[in-house]
Design a protein around this ligand. Structure first.
Ligand code: ATP
Length: 451
């Protein structure tokens, strides 16, 4: 089996378009820069990523509850959080021919010493100016000063402003967390690399509230938990690393942050940030709202403002990483096949049911099998084109199992069950198929790219 690292961003973008995972947004109008629309398989894949996140952080734990806060929030939120003042990137513009805009910090990362020049045309660059990344809009019919609101640039603040509500109704006490998945918006200066950095994206965030003295321990806990999540879902450990932030990189609120980085085709880049935010957010919101945001122990009377550990991941970035990691090419019987070796739990479709020929009762039998299977798991029934062509399509969308109905099925009720990665074909009774696939789906899985 090939274990090449064949993935390039161009190949991933092409596959996404070819198989209907992700399209350029508003394509018929020429597209809108760096915004993307998810098609059928993309929606299924990304919702599986989010479902696995919910499973790991809420379903399989006793100490995290869910929240879904509105995207539009009271504008004071952003004053309190520091975003109005400080959520900026240093923007420089080319003063030469091309006039392109760049993030100075990114240019500086690539060239730590000496004078910076425009990477496009070599022109001189303007002095940096701070550019606020929040999208503004107006609420109500009149565009006046008091009607200005912002599209949230992170989901985190929706959690902090609900701290009191959740504490009251969830019957939790620190250490406990609140988890949320939702859209965030940032007017990025240089969105790039497909869905890696876009202006509209989905985040999966947890704010985990702890007694102040325990913050270090819980930071460590979440670093380990989140690394485990990515590797259990199939990312190769040698393509993942933890990178602690240097002191000069830390955000205004953070006493320690480590990024989980993945080796994307364009190099090591952030997948998730895990920050120790101290009591910054609750203290700020208490100050601005004049609400007490603290924990009071009903037994001892002890009161404190909890410290916060924040694992903050991007659903789109994670989806991209899973696709990149799964992408493979190999020669099978003299033909090249492209295959997404996705973890079966992430695969958009778990099983494809294919009649070998379109006659002799095979399509009808295959359809019966499909109707039984799809009650158990996402399944597809496909009669279009040669069997080889249909399997190539399923390989490219990462379907882990294929069931072929052939003339023998009509005689003895058995089908062939094909494995996407090993290409092994086993003969199995139709009646055992559902149970066998459920067993395989629940079993631990190891990426075949790991030798
Ligand atoms: P970067 O340094 O890449 O701009 P960040 O440090 O500003 O990211 P955070 O504020 O820590 O990012 O956001 C948490 C997570 O949200 C990131 O790890 C990433 O997965 C996701 N994310 C942030 N910005 C974007 C974006 N523009 N497009 C897609 N995902 C994003």
């Amino acid at each position: 089996m090939a274990t090449t690292d064949a993935a390039t961003m161009e190949k991933i973008v092409a596959l996404c378009k070819r198989r209907g995972f992700i399209f350029q947004s508003s394509e018929i109008y020429g597209g809108l820069a760096s915004t993307y629309d998810y098609g059928h398989y993309g929606v299924l894949l990304k919702s599986n990523v989010k479902a696995e996140w919910w499973r790991a952080v809420v379903q399989e734990r006793d100490d995290v509850v869910a929240l879904d806060a509105a995207i539009l929030m009271h504008p004071m939120t952003w004053e309190a959080s520091g975003h109005l003042e400080g959520f900026t990137d240093p923007l420089v513009q080319c003063l030469g021919k091309c006039k392109r805009r760049w993030r100075e910090d990114h240019l500086r990362d690539a060239k730590p010493e000496g004078e910076l020049r425009c990477p496009e045309c070599g022109g001189e660059l303007s002095p940096p100016r701070n550019f606020n990344l929040m999208f503004e809009t107006h609420m109500g019919p009149v565009q006046e000063e008091g009607s200005r609101v912002y599209l949230r640039p992170e989901t985190a603040q929706g959690i902090f402003v609900n701290f009191k509500n959740v504490l009251q109704f969830s019957r939790k006490r620190p250490p406990f967390g609140i988890a949320q998945v939702g859209k965030s918006f940032r007017n990025e200066i240089t969105p790039q690399n497909f869905i890696f950095r876009t202006r509209e994206f989905e985040q999966m965030e947890i704010e985990f509230f702890v007694p102040p003295a325990d913050a270090g321990h819980w930071h460590e806990h979440w670093l380990n938990e989140r690394m485990r999540w990515y590797t259990e879902l199939g990312l190769r450990p040698d393509h993942l690393k933890l990178r602690p932030h240097d002191a000069d990189e830390l955000s205004h609120y953070s006493s320690a942050t480590s990024d989980i980085e993945y080796e994307f085709p364009m190099g090591w880049s952030e997948l998730e940030g895990i920050a120790n935010r101290g009591d910054f957010d609750l203290t700020q919101h208490a100050k601005f709202s004049r609400e007490k945001l603290e924990y009071v122990d009903s037994g001892s009377g002890e009161r404190y403002v909890p410290h916060v550990i924040e694992p903050s991941a991007g659903a789109d970035r994670a989806t991209l990483a899973f696709m990149v990691d799964a992408y493979d090419e190999e020669q099978v019987e003299g033909r090249e096949r492209v295959v997404l070796r996705l973890h079966p739990r992430l695969a958009p479709v778990k099983v494809a049911v294919l009649p070998l020929v379109n006659k002799d009762g095979q399509p009808e039998r295959a359809r019966e099998i499909y109707q039984d299977l799809r009650r158990r798991m996402p399944a597809e029934y496909d009669t279009g084109g040669s069997i080889g062509k249909r399997y190539r399509r399923q390989d490219e969308i990462g379907t882990p199992w294929g069931v072929t109905v052939d003339h023998q099925t009509m005689e003895d009720g058995t089908v062939t069950l094909r494995d996407r990665d090993s290409l092994e074909q086993a003969r199995i009774a139709m009646t055992e198929l559902g149970g066998e696939l459920e067993r395989r789906l629940a079993a631990p899985w190891r990426s075949p790219k790991l030798a």
